[in-house]
Ligand binder design. Structure first.
Ligand code: AR6
Length: 173
């Protein structure tokens, strides 16, 4: 599924984020930035050990913030590491932190002149954020940013399972 937001394109696809050829891919990391499971583990495996070496120099990342590294063996030139909130029930501050993780990732991309990026669904794996609650927050934040910053030409959500893709498609609809 693909929609135009002004002159930019917002895409929803099922797939593996490590295979994306966008300028940057976004990692759903943790505050230590030293790797982990899920999408974080997959990105570190695909990028190779130099990614961890660079992450070690960064001194971590706050929840809701984002930092950038090179992509090493990935097709994407950069990895933007962001830290989503751990879900402990619906509440406005958790939602704001999820919003912030997407917005800061986009701001970091824009500051580097990156024109296309791919996001996983942040916080909806190990961090337990229900997909049906997270998808509208993710989409709304990205759409708002694209309306204000058409220099980001393409944002692709790469959803790992068919059910995840369906939840995002439903939210976009
Ligand atoms: N491509 C796209 N999406 C993926 C991939 C992949 N290769 N692999 C998993 N997903 P999670 P979180 C989906 O747990 O909830 C890590 O250990 C997955 O199905 O990766 O933000 C970090 O180090 C789910 O929908 O991230 C942190 O400690 C989504 O990616 C913690 O997990 C996010 O799941 C972060 O938890």
């Amino acid at each position: 599924m693909e929609v135009k937001i002004g002159s930019s394109v917002l895409e929803l696809v099922q797939g593996d984020i490590t295979e994306q050829d966008t300028g940057a891919i976004v990692n759903a990391a943790n505050r230590a930035l030293l790797g982990g499971g899920g999408v974080d583990g997959a990105i570190h495996r695909a990028a190779g050990p130099e990614l961890l070496d660079e992450c070690r120099t960064l001194g971590g990342c706050d929840t809701g913030d984002a930092v950038i590294t090179r992509g090493y063996k990935l097709k994407a030139r950069y990895v933007i590491h962001t830290v989503g909130p751990v879900y402990r029930g619906a509440n406005p501050s958790t939602e704001r932190l999820l919003e912030s993780a997407y917005r800061r990732s986009l701001e970091v991309a824009r500051a580097k002149g990156i024109r296309s990026l791919a996001f996983p669904s942040i916080s909806t794996g190990a961090y337990g954020y229900p997909l049906e609650e997270a998808a509208p927050v993710a989409l709304r934040t990205v759409i708002k940013f694209l309306r204000a910053h058409p220099e980001i030409e393409r944002v692709r959500f790469v959803l790992y399972s068919p059910a995840d893709l369906r939840a995002f498609e439903k939210a976009l609809g």
